[in-house]
Design a protein around this ligand. Sequence first.
Ligand code: 4NP
Length: 144
Amino acid sequence: MVCLGNICRSPLAEGILKHKVEQHGLDWHVDSAGTGNWHVGELPDHRSIATARQYDIDITYQRARQFRVADFEHFDRIFVMDTQNYRDVLRLAQNDAQREKVKLILDLTHPGENRSVPDPYWDDDGFEHVFQLLDAACGKLIQP
Ligand code: 4NP
């Protein structure tokens, strides 16, 4: 799960998907990262923590990290939150196999619409909406 800062959207996506993976007894390795490095080592944004907590999902174990080229090898699928993340991650890809792993996460719920998860960083009210978008997308991932 990849966004810009790895403190708002992708930590929620990681927490939601891990929660569903546990509920379904799956053996998937789920992680998140940011394309930028400004927040490396930080906890998720307090608003993401609070929103996840409302759904009994704890994301306080997470620490922001930057996406790295090695992630293309470590993960089968790379979900990005918006079209800017998509461009930034694709720029790091070294071959077609790596490029094909990268998808907009909202393609899971809205295929072909090129939709982005809005960045809630400047919008205190945006976190619940982001949670719902990501919860639906992660649901599709578990049960297509
Ligand atoms: P995220 O949100 O990409 O969902 O983690 C942001 C976090 C920080 C900033 C922008 C977006 N920032 O400009 O610091």
